[in-house]
Design a protein around this ligand. Sequence first.
Ligand SMILES: [Zn+2]
Length: 160
Amino acid sequence: MDGCRLAGWLHYILLYTPTLHTRKPQCRSCRANLVKKCIIADPACELCGQPEDCDHLILRCRFAAQVWAALPADTTGASVRCLWNIPRPTTVPSRHYSSFILLVCWLLWKSRNELVFQNITPSIGRFWLACRDEARLWSHRLKTEDRQIADAWCSLFSSM
Ligand SMILES: [Zn+2]
């Protein structure tokens, strides 16, 4: 899956889906939206207790903030609506940077779901191992000549 298709998939499945009525993007699965839909009553993040919207889940929750800070990626003022504006850490190759961002977001989403559905507290060590394993899988979707980029991601995740 190339970067554009992957980005579209992530936005469709996980983050924002324009509604027919408003044409505005809405977070699909975060607790704030589930409260709006009267599916749950409490929007509190299960990790930190702050209201869980998508920006919180992917960028601001203490675990997500720890992940971005470790890369290091400055997410000040960032939003899931424009993830591509997160400045690229010098340790991350510029080619396929959007896929790298999506990979980190995907693993943050999975960590959140492990907490919500399996009561598994996020672990930064386990997170980086999962990123490395996922990068190895995603490397098979890259052109042969680009696979060294996934190798660079794996090296970065292994060094964390
Ligand atoms: Zn939180």
